[in-house]
Design a protein around this ligand. Structure first.
Ligand code: DGY
Length: 323
């Protein structure tokens, strides 16, 4: 039996599958491990299942030691991994692509619709007891039907998100490193450059990975290039957006609204963000459905079971180590 550490309690089914084969230890706290705890707990393990909040870098890999063959992220994003450091040490890194596309895409739509139709703001208003009755000019929002939807990043989640635009008869434009002719044929989407995406989107949703090249993909200049009636949605990673610039843009009416699942310095929010009524904010819950979180756990566990059995993992992010 190998020794597997799990840095936070996961849904029971994947943990049971892991326990049937290996000795499993789980962080007993209902919080992320501190850096010191992480360095201590990984020591001497054969495999570790990690969260997006665990920074896995050279010191952590060294603390785990030469027995450790895999760090399996319970997330599709893996910007918490120092991929080069792991590859240099021959350690396999995995993520959970595919199983959370629909949940995340649906959540991006929920944020888009909530911001467009001011759902949380009007919910707060009604609960406050301030409503005196129906009024023709109360809480007017933005139409979604037959507008232009912009998608930044046409990976699996971006595609799942864009495909749902059909329900609203929207024109879909997208930007990525390269066009996707198959998707264009299937969904009637059009590839555009970044300037066109910013200028023409009524709703702009971010589905990019966080890389040095995508950090602050949306900053003050990009916000100024958007329509004053536009809504920005981010379910990718917080640092894709310069959050301070977004607070200023929302406050000054540079854009009309935003829906955010992710933040630059989670769990902290940029000063002033929570006071704005024209932003919908939720605590990084885009993949938080029962079915999706269980599937993410099964993917992470399958990767660990395969690697410990001497097989290649299903979803490796540093395939160079397998060669
Ligand atoms: C991920 O998987 O990267 C999300 O941010 C959490 O599900």
């Amino acid at each position: 039996m190998a020794s597997v550490y799990v840095t936070r309690m996961l849904p029971p089914e994947p943990l049971d599958a892991l326990r049937r084969c290996h000795a499993v230890e789980i962080n007993p706290h209902d919080r992320a491990l501190t850096r010191e705890e992480l360095l201590r707990e990984v020591r001497g393990r054969d495999a570790v299942i990690t969260l997006l909040t665990d920074t896995i870098d050279g010191p952590v890999l060294d603390a785990a030691g030469p027995r450790c063959r895999i760090f399996a992220n319970y997330a599709v994003g893996f910007d918490n991994f120092d991929v080069d450091a792991a590859t240099a040490r021959g350690v396999i890194l995995t993520n959970t692509p595919g199983v959370l596309d629909e949940a995340t895409a649906t959540h991006a739509w929920a944020l888009l619709l909530s911001a467009a139709r001011r759902i949380p703001e009007t919910d707060r208003f009604l609960r406050s007891g301030a409503w005196t009755g129906w009024g023709p000019l109360q809480f007017l929002g933005r139409d979604v039907d037959r507008t232009t939807l912009g998608v930044a990043g046409l990976g699996r989640i971006g595609k799942a998100f864009a495909a749902k635009a059909r329900a609203f008869d929207m024109r879909v434009i997208y930007h990525d490193l390269r066009p996707s002719p198959d998707f264009e044929r299937a969904c009637g989407a059009t590839f555009v450059d970044k300037a066109t995406l910013l200028r023409e989107s009524d709703f702009l949703s971010l589905h990019l990975p966080l890389l040095p090249s995508t950090r602050h993909f949306i900053g003050a200049a990009e916000l100024a290039a958007m329509k004053p009636t536009a809504v920005l949605v981010n379910t990718g990673r917080g640092p894709l957006v310069d959050e301070k610039a977004l607070v200023a843009a929302l406050r000054d009416g540079v854009i009309w609204g935003a829906g955010l699942d992710v933040f630059e310095e989670e769990p902290r929010l940029a000063p002033g963000l929570e006071a704005l009524d024209n932003v919908v904010i939720v605590p990084h819950t885009a993949s938080a459905t029962f079915r999706t979180r269980q599937a993410m756990g099964m993917t992470a566990v399958d990767n660990v079971l395969r690697v410990l059995a001497g097989d290649p993992p299903l979803t490796c992010v540093n395939p160079a180590v397998l060669r």
